[in-house]
Design a protein around this ligand. Structure first.
Ligand code: ADP
Length: 447
């Protein structure tokens, strides 16, 4: 096994990875920006290296600094977490040139899946159902007009290099099309330095259902079922659960196996998630994330399968520790992303946490890098904790979630905890009867 791993991330995910390393008896190296010198991931690691000033570009995205930190500390492998450099193929190649392992897939797979147009083409080629739309890039208005006509409005224009719920424009009729194409291209260029866009049919009431997979370097691969991530605001996930109320075992087997068969054809290794929209009993491939996802713990809770440990093992060339028929799904799990934001306006609320008390007791897991006295810097993502609940069934899980939210104390900054307490009372949530547009409609109706 690796003796020393460097964790190229911060916050709760750095802490999560540190815990997996410690469970495996691996030495750990944390990296941090000057804004994070008192962060939990720095305190927990065996060694830590400062990699630059607060701005991500100069620290957590600074490849030369991170490679230097590996060399100084003697780390043999890097776990990138999610975000930052986790889907950066050139980072993987540079690590390899320095004889450092990347805990994740091969650079080529990151490149293929990181380009959404190429990813969609690859998915289609290997047998996955895709959303009707343009067959690749849409160059201009005329091009867009004929595609929109053939698939019908509404349509969604997406940036091929997009991510994080950004770079998408919904168009309801031809009158809006010309301006929307221009807007989408300008935004894509500004945000992702690449103005390539494509078009898809905009689905009206889909659920976001994603499939977790993991493969090793010997050609073995398993799926760990689905996560329902339909609770979203501005295309960003808020709450995730598994199993999904609308997926039965037969459907799970079908889409899980289909996903695995497709990815085996490209010899994918490492953990990954294939995201689908699901409407009228049909799945439509949306994209693949070639990394660990924020919401991975709900899968861990109902399968008792440690995804982070397994990522480390397969990166070390070990074979997967379980076969598909050894994966069992028991009970229900829900995760709430607790953000340092106003619970009504969702405006960021960084600052000093005066008092932090995490809930506990049966079925309650909190993944966080927070403690009383820590200052949440304004430079990074606003998620400060994940509250992950397990229950024997969905109702038990929801009752526990309500209890845990009530026990959760975060003083000094605003958080989204009250938002979840409110959602929990809604019948649509209680019935599991919500789609990707539900939160926005709910907030609109509240005004
Ligand atoms: P990102 O990589 O930015 O997360 P995705 O392609 O995963 O982008 O899409 C994010 C979210 O946007 C989806 O979960 C869904 O809510 C919405 N979305 C994307 N494509 C469509 C579509 N064709 N129809 C309806 N909603 C969509």
């Amino acid at each position: 096994m690796f003796e020393k791993i460097l964790i190229a991330n911060r916050g709760e995910i750095a802490v999560r990875i540190l815990r997996a390393c410690k469970d495996l008896g691996i030495q750990t190296v944390s990296v941090y920006s000057t804004a994070d010198k008192n962060a939990m991931h720095v305190k927990m690691a065996d060694e830590s290296v400062c990699i630059g000033p607060p701005q991500s570009k100069e620290s957590y995205l600074n490849i030369p600094s991170i490679i230097a930190a590996c060399e100084v500390s003697g780390a043999e492998a890097v776990h990138p977490g999610y975000g930052f450099l986790s889907e950066n193929a050139s980072f993987v190649e540079k690590l390899r040139a320095h004889n450092i392992h990347f805990i994740g897939p091969k650079a080529d797979h990151i490149k293929t899946m990181g380009d959404k147009i190429l990813a969609k083409k690859t998915a289609e080629k290997f047998g996955l159902p895709v959303i009707p739309g343009s067959n690749g890039e849409v160059k201009d208005y005329e091009d867009a007009k004929s595609i929109a006509k053939s698939i019908g409005y509404p349509i969604i224009i997406k940036a091929s290099a997009g991510g994080g719920g950004r770079g998408m424009v919904v168009v309801y009729n031809e009158k809006e099309l010309e301006d929307s194409i221009k807007k989408a291209k300008t935004e894509a260029d500004k945000s992702f330095d690449n103005d390539t866009v494509y078009i898809e049919k905009y689905l009206k009431n889909p659920k976001h259902i994603e499939i977790q997979i993991i493969g090793d370097n010997s050609g073995n691969m398993i799926h760990l079922g689905e996560r329902d991530c339909s609770m979203q605001r501005r295309n960003q996930k808020l709450l995730e659960e598994t199993p999904s109320k609308i997926i039965d075992q037969k459907t799970r087997d079908y889409i899980g196996n289909l996903t695995v068969e497709a990815l085996k054809k490209i010899k994918y290794s490492g953990a990954g998630t294939v995201e689908y929209l699901y409407e009228n009993n049909e799945f439509y491939f949306m994209e693949m994330n070639t990394r660990l996802q924020v919401e991975h713990p709900v899968t861990e809770e109902i399968t008792k399968f440690d995804l982070v440990k397994e990522q480390i093992k397969v990166a070390y060339n070990s074979k997967l520790s379980k076969d598909q028929n050894e994966i069992n799904f028991n009970g229900h799990s829900i995760e709430c992303r607790v953000n340092a934001e106003d619970p009504v306006s969702f405006m960021p609320s960084p600052g000093k946490i005066i008092n932090f008390h995490a809930p506990g007791g049966p079925g309650v897991r909190v993944d966080s890098g927070c403690y009383s006295g820590i200052t949440i810097p304004p430079y990074y993502d606003s998620m400060i904790a994940k509250l992950i609940i397990y229950g024997e069934d969905r109702n038990t899980c929801i009752a526990r979630l309500e209890r845990a939210l009530g026990e959760f104390v975060v003083e000094g900054i605003k958080t989204t905890i009250p938002f979840y307490q409110e959602i929990l009372k809604e019948e649509k949530f209680l019935n599991g009867d919500y789609d990707i547009h539900w939160v926005e409609n709910y907030m609109e109706n509240k005004k």
